[in-house]
Design a protein around this ligand. Sequence first.
Ligand code: ADP
Ligand code: MG
Length: 228
Amino acid sequence: MSLIDVRSVSKTFILHNQGGVQLPVLRNASFQVTAGECVVLDGPSGTGKSTLLKMLYGNYRADSGQILVQTASGIEDLVAIHPHRMLQIRRDTVGFVSQFLRVIPRVSTWDVVCEPLRRQGADESIVAERARQLLQRLNLPQSLWPLAPATFSGGEQQRVNIARSLMVEYPILLLDEPTASLDAANREVVARLIEEARQRGAAVVGIFHDDGLRSRLADRLYALESAQ
Ligand SMILES: Nc1ncnc2c1ncn2[C@@H]1O[C@H](COP(=O)(O)OP(=O)(O)O)[C@@H](O)[C@H]1O
Ligand SMILES: [Mg+2]
């Protein structure tokens, strides 16, 4: 059974502040992802890989087509969804590791990481245990946990981002170049975490610039081509 079913999705950006220029990005994108499967979006820079992933997270809306997602209460079409319902789906169903951490000033690394599981109402002892495990596995020194990540290095911020997004065992996991700013040892940690997510049955959609990681994790590639 597909957890994600993308059907004929198209998207054209209209640049309103640049004379209404139209930028076709996706044309009839279609693919499915089942539980435990990892589909890697493939294609040169600018072909709409990040755009497609953002649509799966409800950040951008498709112009046409359907994005069907299996949630605990049934199948929902993200193209037609109400924004409030999308927030619930982000809380419970879809996790997203973005390319960059959106840093909230003054909030500690610990609270940034714990927040998604707290929001689900989990027991603080369970939240703390999971956060500790992830932060340790991702080699973030304990001395950094009370600090806000704003001043961290790119690689440290990315590891905070990954820990945060893996706190909840989402049925669907979206990853946009999660290892771009990491060293080899931490890339390996992230690869294992993604493999574990697949093993517990998550449907994973990823963008990986690293060829080794791509061939290791991908069950299938979905190739994007220029829509222009
Ligand atoms: N919010 C936006 N507004 C206008 N154009 C955008 C926006 N987001 C992405 N684009 C354009 O869409 C195209 C695809 O971008 P993107 O999805 O980031 O590609 P990729 O991730 O494959 O490199 C690019 O030409 C980019 O400039
Ligand atoms: Mg991209």
